[in-house]
Design a binder for this molecule. Sequence first.
Ligand SMILES: [Zn+2]
Ligand SMILES: [Zn+2]
Length: 131
Amino acid sequence: MNCFYHPSVAAAGLCKSCQRGICPECAVELPRGLACRKRCEEDARLRVALEDRNLRLAQEAAGRARRQRVGLMVGGLFVALFGVYFLVTPIQGLEPLMPFRVLAASMVSYGVAMIVRGYIYEDPAGPERIA
Ligand SMILES: [Zn+2]
Ligand SMILES: [Zn+2]
């Protein structure tokens, strides 16, 4: 591939904006990639800034989702363990009460549901929606 502006000169890479091949003389180097000097510089810089922004938003979304997941799973584990504890530990006076056992059993299932939700949780503003 040769430079778009100098057909006899080998291209050093592709312009980030117009995707044309450009030689070192026509190219200006950006943080990530090349751009046609003067012509595409500004547009290419905007593209780099946009990429940076999308990357940062995706990382933030991933971090949010991770915290949300951990919170749900740890919280669910606690709720479920307390439920199990109440189910297997006889408490003086409360033992004959049916509603107490129902409550403890529903704590277990609620905790398990929280763990499952945490396991499958995805950030509503995940990276795939930002791109
Ligand atoms: Zn260009
Ligand atoms: Zn050139």
